[in-house]
Write a protein that binds this ligand. Structure first.
Ligand code: SAM
Length: 215
């Protein structure tokens, strides 16, 4: 019907309630200009990250997978005074852009970028005794179970772990899909649900969103 044609998606409706966000629009434009994949978190997801970091009064936030700094800006916005964002990114050119975008948004002084393979970076952080109170996992899906183990090892009690793409656009649910990324994400989702060190839930919003706390 005509009514249906005029209907907007629930996501678009909620996004429309908020003022335009110049810093995040700039990040999206920088992604388009460089022909990079536009795989930043959705605006509402970013707002949730900000709110979680702020509500839990987080001071040491670690994100795995920076791309152009979209989620980094959202995480940094939630930091308490004196807090710090540490981002891990494999590709030097993405890391450079994310660093610039995060600085442009006003968070250069509280952000640190570690370039290289995230597993190696996580092991170095562990060896140097660093600890974190918030983790955002959003890099290569094959390593999600490894990232979870490392995050639990680096976590202070009560730390939060959020992860994106736990549904893989439906592939996670499709028995016919058995590729390495799908199998790793299924393993990750099951571990989150069954690990006695964790407490939390899987949300079917966006592309699947895991939200857990380390006891
Ligand atoms: N979190 C970003 C945001 O919402 O703005 C999006 C991250 S994007 C989905 C995934 C990122 O993980 C890419 O920038 C990619 O280069 C990075 N990545 C992939 N494999 C990686 C690895 N082994 N170590 C570190 N980063 C990796």
């Amino acid at each position: 019907s005509r009514e249906d044609e005029r209907a907007v998606s629930p996501e678009a409706y909620f996004d429309g309630l908020f003022d335009e966000d110049a810093d995040l629009v700039r990040v999206s434009e920088s992604i388009r200009e460089r022909g990079m994949p536009d795989i930043s978190v959705a605006p509402g997801y970013g707002r949730l990250l900000t709110m979680l970091v702020a509500a839990a009064r987080c001071k040491a936030v670690l994100e795995i997978g920076a791309l152009a700094g979209y989620s980094g800006i959202c995480l940094a916005r939630g930091l308490t005074e004196g807090g710090k964002l540490t981002s891990l990114e494999l590709k030097p050119e993405y890391a450079e852009l994310a660093t610039a975008n995060i600085a442009e948004a006003g968070y250069g002084d509280c952000a640190e970028m570690i370039v290289g393979d995230a597993l190696a970076s996580l092991d170095k952080l562990m060896a140097s005794g660093r600890r974190f109170d918030f983790f955002f996992i959003d890099a290569d899906k094959e390593n999600y179970p490894n990232y979870l183990e490392r995050a639990i090892g680096l976590a202070v009690p009560g730390a939060l772990i959020a992860a994106d793409n736990t549904l893989l656009r439906g592939r996670t649910l499709n028995e016919g899909k058995q590729g390495p990324a799908v199998q790793a994400v299924r393993d990750f989702n099951r571990r989150l649900a069954t690990d006695p060190r964790l407490l939390g839930t899987h949300l079917p919003s966006y592309d699947g969103l895991a939200l857990f706390m380390v006891r």
